[in-house]
Write a protein that binds this ligand. Structure first.
Ligand code: PLP
Length: 424
């Protein structure tokens, strides 16, 4: 469900005509709908009504400060994976007591900073991390609240690049070692165990892997409690999938996911921590791009737009499908079979392949749908293209929430070596 709809044949973001934003901001740009973010957050939150829970939005899906602020205002916590995300969360006004810190490679500096901020919980992913965390916390005279991220070795049945819960993935502590490592952690200075954590992957479109993992984690919690561990929460991670293709079956709804979690784990009386990212932000954003050329080749027709893989890498990185819609829907007769590509000098630079697109012409605006998660956050400046701007819409208002950097700002990050001189 989202608020990008046609009105009199023109796609709007809530009440704003996308052509208006394009004229003001230039293309390409990302456009987010505040009402959609709010709706997704509320639906997820309400699904867990009746059980103690904390929703820690995963800003790795979309870490724009204004998006994070929108969610913070609704009461969201955050699941950060770096010092940078932690700093963003704090700037967005998220209390440290609602922040958990995940990730396999937390550096000493990041750990130290998060301890100083007194975040709610470290989701620890390995024994070496446990040792470093214990040592740094003890040396500061602090206590780190921790949960161990356990890898339940279930197949999330998703794309290999976003599957994280199998034994061969780099994430989490192996299932077989979980109890012995909990026992070790109990005796380490500077640590207090408060929960258990998992995250098995992303864009998971069936409840089955979640349910398998929940049953396993539930049995682990029972054994850990029997061994005397005081566990207050179960962090289920994120990963619930969203529809990208109009023709795809709708993935399980938050209500069904929450029902499964309550059914499999409710008897333990633990608080749930949830870390949704894509589910909140995915359908709440689009990328708008303008057609530069239509090139009719011998084998294929290419629609060449000003948005490229540096702005949205999902199609080439994950073989992801995004619906492409014209901003101005006119009847131009039969569609055309084409690839929608960007200007970058890479064959992997495409937004859609072998797609029936409407008959497009130079200058047309196209909306790349469902681009709110893992879109702008993965954008870069390859080919010295300016970082793509981001716009947040609320009702009939819109705001530029990340501006396009100037060429000088981009190039001035570089400098000559001291032995180089331009005047020669
Ligand atoms: C990526 C990630 C999430 C969010 O995943 P989504 O599929 O976007 O919901 C949550 N927790 C952790 C630890 C992650 O790495």
């Amino acid at each position: 469900m989202h608020f990008f709809e046609y009105r009199d044949g023109i796609m709007h973001a809530e009440d704003v005509d996308l052509r208006t934003i394009a004229a003001e901001v230039g293309t390409p740009f990302y456009c987010y709908s505040r009402a959609t973010l709010e709706r997704h957050y509320r639906v997820f939150d309400e699904a867990f009504a009746g059980v103690e829970h904390m929703i820690c939005y995963s800003p790795k899906a979309n870490s724009n400060l204004a998006v994070m602020r929108t969610l913070a205002e609704l009461g969201a916590g955050m699941d950060v994976v770096s010092e940078g995300e932690l700093r963003r969360a704090r700037r967005a006004g998220v209390p440290a007591s609602r922040i958990v810190f995940s990730g396999v490679g937390k550096t000493d500096r990041e750990i130290s900073y998060a301890l100083d901020e007194d975040i709610h919980c470290f989701n620890v992913e390995s024994v070496p991390e446990l040792e470093v965390l214990s040592q740094i916390a003890a040396s500061k005279g602090k206590t780190a609240r921790i949960s161990l991220r356990i890898n339940p070795d279930v197949d999330a049945q998703t794309h290999q690049k976003i599957s994280t819960g199998k034994a061969e993935n780099k994430f989490g502590i192996s299932w077989a070692d979980a109890e012995s490592i909990y026992d070790r952690a109990r005796n380490m200075p500077g640590l207090r165990i408060i929960g258990v954590d998992m995250h098995i992957g992303s864009q998971i479109t069936s409840l089955e892997p979640f349910e398998k993992a929940c049953i396993l984690i539930g049995s682990l919690v029972e054994r850990l409690r029997a061994a005397g561990h005081d566990l207050h929460h179960i962090d289920l991670g994120g990963g619930l999938g969203i529809p990208y293709r109009d023709s795809d079956p709708v993935p399980p709804l938050p209500a069904a996911y929450a029902e499964m979690a309550k059914r499999t784990l409710g008897h333990l009386g633990c608080k749930f921590i949830l870390e949704p990212g894509r589910l909140i932000a995915g359908n709440a954003g689009i990328m708008v791009t303008r057609v530069i050329y239509v090139k009719r080749g011998d084998a294929k027709t290419f629609v060449i737009a000003d948005g490229a893989m540096n702005d949205l890498i999902r199609p080439t990185l994950y073989e992801a499908f995004h619906e492409i819609r014209p901003v101005v829907a006119e009847d131009r007769g039969e569609g055309m079979l084409a690839d929608l590509v960007g200007p970058i000098c890479e064959s992997g630079d495409f937004l859609a392949q072998d797609r029936i697109l409407p008959q497009v012409e130079r200058g047309d605006l196209l909306a790349v749908m469902t681009a709110g998660a893992y879109g702008a956050v993965q954008s870069g400046t390859y080919n010295t293209r300016p970082l793509v701007p981001e716009v947040l819409v609320s009702g009939d208002r819109f705001a530029l929430v990340r501006r396009r950097p100037t060429y000088d700002e981009m190039i001035d990050l570089d400098s000559f070596a001291d032995w180089q001189r331009l005047s020669d």
